[in-house]
Design a protein around this ligand. Structure first.
Ligand code: C2E
Ligand code: MG
Ligand code: MG
Length: 763
């Protein structure tokens, strides 16, 4: 037993001087001897260690287990020795001091749990109770003690604590590597002779790749890396294949080990016990195995531990996978699978740093699909999504692994080429090839079409030294490409910079513009050809930019839509137009209709009709003097819903016109169901007439269509007398255009209305 509690008296020995006081007063003679014999027999059969020591810590008595535990046969060998003599070492010294202290103070100590060593030198734990041994006068002359081996319980406790620590590690989500190292350390403590090893299921679900292990031979590890799983592929290959534990008692004879028969003798193991690591859905994630140097099956405790380890590892792996998935989701665009803005932001710093260190160039290109909004609106979002995916895969197919393709949102992409020679022309050629590849025909929703893209590029370090500068300048170049008629690539130059405002900063400026009344309306008259009267005017919004002067709506309406500002902007226009129209009426001018353009997100808002009614109420304008201009693509996004909204607006008494008619995709069948009052022929059809056969044919067709549907028709963009004459000829009764008047301030229009009291226009 322990160093400490060892002491015994020789069996059937007369009581020593030290023990005499204890038996003092007992009966003497054969009765005493019989009693003592009985007592010693009892104590010798008692499984706990019972001992007594004198004041110096010399053993006075030890029962049978105590004698044997010290490695002796007879009590004589033990009596008179101290713990320090029996078990030299730190623990004995400590126990000696503790017992001296107890005797000094004359107190007992119960159930003290103490480390100890056996005579074999093995570590163990005891629970020990000690009481002072007193002479009849009460003087402490030694101590008696009883001790019990609690090593098994202590081990179980420590194992539980170890398991709890591992569980906590998994719960806290440390790295897999750390977890496995801790798990292996745990095994080493309880099963020092076995070697734990982990194999992971490869993504194909058919092979195992080597994971962490704790001491297998490197050649063996190499030999099993990437093995294909199957019904008889060693312990792990089989366990992964069947999803069941496979405990092979002898790797030299078991048929499952046929393919690896070379291994056991060469690498020094005989048994291999493998447990599949499974997700909570039952999916096999890999195997946890123990290699034992001796043949045999694992015992119950080992099986429990392997099961625990495999379960724990599975949880940790699942957690890691979930984390990776979440991280991937946070950094990628779900639609195209491309990296997203956040990923770009995380990486760009390093990319620029690497370029700076290596003296290389980085080309950053903005790519934007031309007229994407129209395609998306007219063919539907599903087709739009499909187009975005196609663009993404075409871009990906043409860049190198070290390059980056990012979807910023909407139809905006960034292509970042790195590790380039300082040659912007060569980079531009590569980007141009990517851009051109986008125009290959694409089939969307059964229709084959061709899309084009605009691109702007800026290079590090020539056109910007920080990520923000590069992005802003590429963006500016892209806008130049759009201005150049789209479908082209522009390289950033300082000259562009001064002329084009970065769209990113423009977004912020637009917010500011709304807040500080930088927007204003102009009004363009529309006349009836027959009477020459101004019947209506279209309200057109402008932005008085503090630095850039008057900005046209085509430059900021799409921006407002993208930035979610269109609702606010559109509402401002509606209120201002209604208010102005009411003011003209109040000033005694002949009532006209005011046309207000509506954008798709505005029209789609759930409370739109209600808002229109409220604005009419607030401004006091009669509903019949308001006409809302809707585009075909806006209506076609969701025809059924659009018809409902249009009917509700019609019920309010508001007029409805289809703007830019002929450029969208409205089917004639659907047109019949729209409660519209007017078609506005797009000015692109008017621009080249007379002379342009197509334009003439389309304009005539639209006019006939309107007549057939018994609705009004107006031609937009009429600039010349020739156009006017042609339109008259085909029966178009109303026109809007520079010929009649450019968009003008409210006062100017009022003057026009006033100077032509009958409303007659000079046309
Ligand atoms: P739109 O509704 O088709 O407006 C007619 C556009 O044609 C106006 O351009 C007008 O200035 C221009 N225009 C009129 N007559 C002629 C002509 O004889 N020749 C030429 N070349 N052009 C002519 P603007 O003001 O630049 O507006 C462009 C577009 O911006 C508008 O097209 C409309 O779609 C949109 N827009 C304007 N104001 C608003 C608004 O308040 N809300 C919304 N959502 N869109 C607006
Ligand atoms: Mg319009
Ligand atoms: Mg128009």
């Amino acid at each position: 037993m322990t160093n400490t509690p060892v002491k015994r008296l020789p069996p059937r020995r007369p009581a020593t001087a030290a023990t005499a006081p204890v038996v003092e007063g007992n009966a003497s003679g054969p009765t005493v001897a019989a009693r003592q014999h009985l007592l010693e027999t009892m104590l010798d059969q008692f499984p706990d260690y019972v001992f007594a020591k004198d004041r110096q810590g010399r053993i006075l008595y030890g029962n049978r287990v105590t004698i044997e535990d010290a490695g002796f046969d007879h009590a004589d060998e033990l009596i008179g020795k101290t713990d320090i003599e029996l078990y030299p070492g730190e623990i004995s010294t400590m126990i000696h001091a503790l017992e001296q202290d107890l005797m000094e103070r004359g107190i007992s100590s119960l159930d003290s749990e103490e480390p100890s060593i056996s005579h074999h030198g093995g570590a163990r734990w005891l629970t020990v109770s000690r009481a002072p041994l007193r002479a009849s006068d009460g003087e402490v002359i030694g101590l008696v003690g009883i001790a019990r081996d609690i090593t098994t319980r202590k081990r179980a406790e420590r194992q539980l604590i170890g398991q709890a620590a591992l569980l906590e590690m998994v719960a806290k989500g440390g790295s897999l590597d750390t977890l496995f190292q801790a798990l292996f350390g745990f095994f080493k403590e309880y099963h020092p002779h076995v070697i734990p090893s982990v194999l992971f299921m490869a993504p194909d679900g058919q092979h195992l790749t080597v994971g962490p292990e704790a001491g297998l031979h490197p050649d063996y590890v190499r030999a099993i890396d990437g093995i294909e799983i199957g019904p008889a592929v060693g312990s792990c290959g089989t366990a992964a294949y069947t999803g069941e534990p496979v405990f092979v008692a002898d790797t030299l004879t078991d048929p499952l080990w046929e393919p690896f028969r070379f291994a056991p003798l060469t690498y020094g193991f005989r048994a291999c016990w493998s447990m599949p690591m499974r997700s909570h859905h039952g999916e096999v994630l890999g195997t946890f195995a123990l290699y034992s140097p001796t043949a045999g099956l694992p015992d119950r405790k080992q099986i429990d531990l392997i099961t625990f380890a495999a379960n724990l590892a599975a949880i940790a792996i699942m957690r890691k996978k979930a984390e990776e998935k979440i991280r991937h989701m946070a950094l990628h665009d779900p639609l195209t699978g491309l990296a997203n803005r956040q990923y770009f932001d995380e990486r760009i710093g390093d990319i620029i740093e690497a370029a700076a260190a290596g003296g290389t160039m980085v080309a950053c290109a903005f790519l934007d699909i031309d007229n994407f909004k129209m395609i998306n609106d007219s063919l539907g979002h599903k087709a739009g999504d499909q187009l975005l995916r196609t663009i993404a895969s075409r871009a990906k197919a043409r860049v190198h692994a070290s390059d980056l393709v990012v979807r910023l949102g909407g139809d905006e992409f960034i292509i970042l080429l790195s590790d380039l020679a300082m040659d912007p022309a060569a980079a531009a050629a590569r980007l141009e090839a990517i851009r051109v590849s986008m125009s290959a025909p694409v089939t969307l929703d059964g229709r084959t079409l061709q899309v084009t893209c605009s691109m702007g590029m800026a290079c590090y370090p020539l056109h910007g030294r920080t990520a923000d500068e590069l992005l802003a300048n590429a963006d500016v170049a892209m806008y130049r490409a759009k201005d150049n008629g789209r479908n082209n690539l522009q390289l950033f130059t300082q000259e562009i910079d001064t002329r084009t405002l970065s769209r990113l900063s423009r977004r912020e400026e637009l917010r500011e513009a709304l807040a500080t009344n930088q927007l204003f309306l102009e009004y363009q008259p529309q006349i009836c050809l027959e009477s020459g009267e101004i019947k209506a005017a279209e309200a057109l919004v402008r932005w008085r930019h503090p630095e850039h002067g008057i900005v046209p709506p085509s430059d900021f309406i799409p921006l407002a839509e993208e930035a979610g500002l269109i609702g606010e902007l559109g509402e401002w226009v509606l209120i201002e137009a209604c208010r102005q129209n009411r003011a003209w009426q109040a000033a005694g001018l002949k009532p006209i209709t005011i046309g207000v353009n509506v954008s798709a997100p505005q029209f789609a808002a759930a409370d739109w009709v209600l808002r229109v009614a409220e604005v009419l109420g607030e401004t006091g304008l009669d509903a019949r003097y308001l006409e809302l201009e809707l585009t075909e693509s806006l209506i076609m996004q969701d025809v059924a819903r659009a018809i409902d909204t249009m009917c509700a607006l019609e019920d309010l008494g508001v007029g409805l016109a289809i703007d830019d008619f002929g450029t969208g995709y409205s089917s004639l069948a659907a047109l019949k169901r729209f409660p519209v009052d007017r078609l506005k022929i797009d000015r692109s059809f008017i621009a080249d007439i007379p002379g342009d056969r197509d334009g003439e044919a389309i304009a005539s067709a639209i006019v006939s269509l309107a007549h057939a549907l018994e609705i009004d028709v107006i031609a937009e963009g009429v600039e010349t007398q020739e156009q006017l004459a042609f339109l008259r000829g085909i029966g178009c009764q109303q026109i809007q255009g520079y010929l009649v008047g450019r968009p003008m301030a409210a006062d100017a229009l009022a003057a026009r209305l006033a100077t032509a009291p009958a409303g007659r226009s000079p046309v």
